[in-house]
Write a protein that binds this ligand. Structure first.
Ligand code: PLP
Length: 398
């Protein structure tokens, strides 16, 4: 029986994305250029990927130089750039050890394996469950969607992988109530990205740390979106000083080149011995050379201070917009260079209206308009974005 709901011809590119009809061909800093030569102010930044903006000369130079030397020789052998990037991430963070993957979700899942393996290694294999938080996003594998439990993501893909219990965001008692003899850890984004830019307070994270210490659980931070300079600190957890035992990063670590990393303290990583985990591409020297180049820029004196200052300017501008357009925006969320406006009209409509004005932003949960500009965005470009937002808000008000 023919099903008339199946498009014919079926799209060559599997139609799982709702894509704007724009083909971008070139980027420069905080601007993107489409195939008609039109320039867009990019406040999506590849969804927090292009931390240093598009076509950053230092990153391009690093990529070209490594491309002419070696792309992959497998993890049967060692690479200097990979060893070096691991040592630098250890030096710059709470962690003692790093595993490289190719994407955010892989890095996240490496952390889940590590948490389970830790309890198996210390003789408590029954402890395998991880508590996650409403509105979280950890990626799209079977495991990651089972952790997030978002209806839109899991529908039709069941049965879900077991082992994740979810609680309301912001409620320490809910966490305490969800802990059983099978609980292994808590996994949280210090700043929720997809969920709508909710920032975990220092008090809340301290509370989670305390609960973990009390019950012998591992605290796992997903900093795939909020890490790598986004908050004005290299890692989001530095804002509160609450240190995790495990953390995953990705997105801006490669500035668009696929790389992810799972970081952990030695104690938590004790089960990850030879043969327990691996990746063909993970830690290849192209990716880690670029990761090193990204760190070179981000750790240069003044870089992160500058990001924090720009974040503060951005925040001020958005608060002005909320005050000026109460019918369009009901509030501001986020921190540093990951900011959101809570919209009254559907956020998708605001995204479209901005796009017509040549500015890119992305929708997030809770009807939030999410903006993740490159960290190198100038004060003038922030003013430009604020002016476009003002114009668009006025036109929607009518
Ligand atoms: C993007 C994201 C992921 C998944 O990263 P992919 O590279 O798309 O697999 C995981 N966690 C968070 C917080 C993210 O923002």
């Amino acid at each position: 029986m023919a099903d008339t709901s199946i498009p014919d011809p079926f799209p060559a590119l599997m139609p799982v994305y709702t894509q704007a009809d724009l083909y971008f061909e070139r980027g420069e800093g905080s601007y993107l250029f489409d195939d008609k030569g039109e320039r867009y102010l990019d406040f999506v930044g590849g969804i927090a990927v292009a931390g240093l903006g598009h076509a950053h000369p230092q990153i391009v130079a690093a990529l070209k130089a490594q491309a002419e030397k070696l792309w992959s020789a497998s993890n049967l052998y060692k690479y200097h750039p990979t060893q070096r990037l691991a040592e630098r991430l250890v030096h710059l963070s709470f962690a003692d050890t790093v595993f490289f993957q190719n994407s955010g979700v892989e890095a996240w899942e490496c952390g889940v394996k590590l948490v389970r393996k830790y309890f198996s290694a210390i003789g408590k294999p029954e402890r395998h469950r991880i508590i996650t938080f409403k509105g979280c996003f950890h990626g799209r594998t079977m495991t990651a969607m089972a952790a997030a439990k978002t209806e839109k993501m899991v529908g039709g893909f069941g049965p879900l992988i077991d082992g994740f219990d979810q609680v309301e965001w912001g409620d320490l008692d809910a966490v305490r109530g969800a802990i059983t003899h099978e609980t292994a850890g808590l996994c949280i984004e210090p700043v929720q990205g997809e969920g709508g830019l909710r920032v975990a307070s220092a008090e809340y994270l301290r509370g989670l740390r305390h609960i973990c210490d009390e019950h012998g659980l591992l605290l796992y931070f997903d900093e795939v979106q909020c890490g790598m300079g986004r908050t004005g600190r290299l890692f989001g957890y530095e804002l509160t000083g609450v240190k995790p035992d495990v953390m995953c990063i990705a997105k801006a670590l490669g500035n668009g080149y696929p790389i992810g990393a799972c970081l952990a303290v030695a104690k938590a990583a004790q089960g990850m011995v030879a043969g327990t985990h691996g990746s063909t591409y993970g830690g290849n020297p192209m990716a880690t050379t670029i990761g090193n180049a990204v760190l070179d820029v981000m750790t240069a004196p003044g870089f992160l201070e500058d990001v924090a200052q720009k974040g503060a300017l951005f925040e001020t501008k958005l608060l002005e917009l909320v005050a000026r357009h109460p019918k369009i925006f009901s509030g501001r969320r986020g921190t540093g260079m990951m900011q959101g406006l809570v919209c009254k009209p559907p956020n998708g409509d605001v995204v479209k209206a901005l796009q017509a004005e040549k500015m890119l932003a992305v929708a997030a949960g809770d009807n939030v308009l999410r903006m993740l500009p490159p960290l190198v965005t100038t004060d003038e470009q922030i003013e430009e974005a604020a002016a476009i937002l003002d114009r668009v808000a006025k036109s929607i008000e009518g």
